[in-house]
Design a protein around this ligand. Sequence first.
Ligand code: LMR
Length: 334
Amino acid sequence: MLLRSLAISLGACLALASNAMAQAPIIIKFSHVVASDTPKGKGAERFKELAEKMTTGRVKVELYPNSTLYKDKEEMEALQLGAVQMLAPSLAKFGPLGVKEFEVFDLPYMFPGKDVLYRVTEGPIGKDLFKKLETKGITGLAFWDNGFKVMSANKPLLVPADFKGQKMRIQSSKVLDAQMRALGANPQVMAFSEVYQALQTGVVDGTENPPSNVYTQKMHEVQKNLTVSNHGYLGYAVIVNKKFWDGLPADIRTQLEAAMKDATKYSNAIAQQENDQALELIRKSGKTAIHVLTDKEKAEWRKVLVPVQKDMEGRIGKELIAAVNKESAALGYK
Ligand code: LMR
């Protein structure tokens, strides 16, 4: 009799446990390095909201913004190890992974407009780039937009000669290294989370980023001058650990793809206004002199920077650069 009641209570415990296990949500740790009130930060929040709703709570997304869990380089390693499941690194940060083709997005003046950019990211070129991540144990889910970059420093940067000897922080991209050297500056790769302090202490003299990052990291408070150059682009690839993604139940994966699609639409739709508002807030702060280049000055920048596209053919691939230029031509750009 005792044995029988023991067996019944053991069975009940196991049933409870398995039921609890069955209820335990799938956790997606989503780490990124920017502030929450940025296009990427808001896109991540929208994805969390939609993913948890569409999976009716079977998935829980834990957001770790502003390098709170991992800094730049660490986060890519953490993803490959499966310590986090999702990231949205800048397209300028895939070179160290061995996928240098992503640096096509860093080439100066490569995208004459966002329409060209979206044709690239939403078309065959974007798909081919994501395919290159698979052998690294990474699945690309979406491209998220941020915007065209401005330059900042403690001296006005109006013509290339102004960059001479300036220590300029860059992301881990050989194209950005070549860009700064073409301007006569001294590029310094540094994690995004360290930039504010490096500018404040003079470890570096200046940097580049879209206004939304400049403002939300308060870089304008430690940079006396900002040039609205729009010389290059900064965007993101939303990526997941491939083993985790392939291991999800098919219905959950489909729901997460739908959540990502809507979050991408949202994040890309707000990107331009977020950057326009950030630039206006920087202007209103009065802490930074904002310079808009004259046509003559723009021509001087282009003269020095456009040749970087050719110089980088060996690294990025002549065909890939030609394919992007073909998309521009298809939209009527010269
Ligand atoms: C940077 O490191 O400057 C940017 O990639 C930060 C970001 O993710 O927007």
